[in-house]
Ligand binder design. Structure first.
Ligand code: AQP
Length: 345
């Protein structure tokens, strides 16, 4: 939790908001696709990292489990290098202004805009009529998460680009409707490889906390045996390992394992293909296990250590919420004034 190496606040490149759902155990996809980049971004940006429990309940969550995973996500982020001292690390429901601004934004966003959101269509599936209203307006809450801090930058993966576009549209409409530039238009920020980690059971599906099969993902709390077993069982194909990019075509499972190896070792595809040339899948999977254990082992140990003291995690999150609330309450007040809500006497 040292502050050394980071840029002093006044000279930061901007303000970042990013979030993660406590819908289950953190997994390798969350780490390589998001958290690892946050650790880099925190050096140059003022960062607010939010554990978005209000987003999580847009689909059913067991209440006791939600409390456990909220703490565990916080512990995992800290163990992976996110500083709760330099940044605000907090729980979304601890800062009421998210929900309060979301209501105002519900009245700014248009139904037609939400109807175009592909993630709602994917998540609601065929049973659309039975999806929660919260799932439908999720993008408006996400816009509120960002705009309540006047964040200038948002790290986004491919799947969140459309939601960030919507947040920009809502910000712009609000500024125009009320004739005042209240919100800056948040920009996407992409650092690092920005990779998408796929399921270990299906190379065409993303690795996900809510996948029914635990064998589909590497949890950040998995020990060496679990990691080895999951890679052993990971789907591959009957062909020899590819030796060129061309040979990877049409082989999603092989590509996924090679991408994971490249990301964990910070190597290029060409370097990885040279490293694994001539190996059987089984030998490659043993190598993968070693590199994954090297990266995840220390994070796993630190997460467990932090989880032994839940009261300390709660204190850290309370301090984060205090920092976040100081900014959010000011922005909400400005919004309420602009909208014409009578100030409380
Ligand atoms: N498989 C992935 N590869 C790369 N990045 C990923 N992220 C998630 N899965 C992968 C990134 O992690 C950040 C936090 O994600 P999230 O928890 O807010 O939501 P999600 O993307 O919906 O993650 P999950 O695991 O798939 O959760 P569930 O199963 O609950 O929907 C985001 O930056 C995300 O891009």
């Amino acid at each position: 939790m040292s502050t050394s190496g980071s840029t002093p606040l006044g000279q930061k490149a901007g303000r970042i908001l990013s979030g993660i759902q406590p819908t289950g155990n953190l997994h390798l996809g969350n780490y390589l696709g998001a958290i690892r980049n946050w650790v880099t971004l925190q050096q140059d940006y003022e960062c607010l990292f939010c554990i978005v429990d209000m987003h999580a309940i847009t689909v059913w969550q067991d209440p006791a489990e939600l409390i456990r995973t909220t703490r565990e996500v916080a512990a995992g982020m800290i163990a992976a290098g996110v500083s709760p001292v330099d940044n605000a690390l907090f729980v979304q429901s601890h800062v009421p202004a998210h929900a309060q601004l979301a209501w105002v934004l519900n009245c700014v966003a248009r139904i037609g805009w939400l109807n175009r959101m592909t993630q709602f269509k994917d998540k609601a599936g065929k049973n659309r009529e039975n999806a929660s209203v919260g799932l439908y307006v999720y993008p408006n809450l996400m816009a509120a998460d960002i705009l309540v801090y006047k964040a200038t930058h948002v790290p986004v993966g491919e799947d969140q680009k459309q939601h960030l576009e919507l947040a920009r549209d809502i910000a712009q409409k609000f500024n125009i409707d009320f004739g005042k530039v209240v919100f800056p238009l948040p920009e996407p920020v992409i650092r690092g490889p920005g990779m998408r980690v796929m399921s270990l059971r299906d190379g065409l599906k993303k690795m996900s906390k809510s996948d029914e099969s635990d064998y589909s993902r590497l949890n950040m709390t998995d020990d060496r045996d679990a990691i080895a077993l999951k890679f052993q069982k990971a789907k591959s194909d009957p062909l020899p390992l590819p030796t060129t990019d061309a040979e990877m075509e049409g082989r999603p499972e092989a590509i996924n394992l090679i991408n994971i190896y490249a990301a964990l070792t910070d190597k290029s595809h060409a370097e990885v293909l040279a490293d694994i040339s001539g190996l059987q899948f089984s030998a490659f999977k043993a190598k993968l296990t070693e590199v994954a254990v090297n990266v995840l082992g220390p994070i796993n140990a630190e997460t467990k250590r932090l989880m032994n003291d839940p009261a300390e995690i709660d204190r850290v999150l309370a301090r984060g919420a205090e920092k976040a609330n100081t900014i959010a309450a000011g922005v909400l007040k400005e919004v309420y004034d602009v909208v014409g809500f009578l100030p409380r006497a």
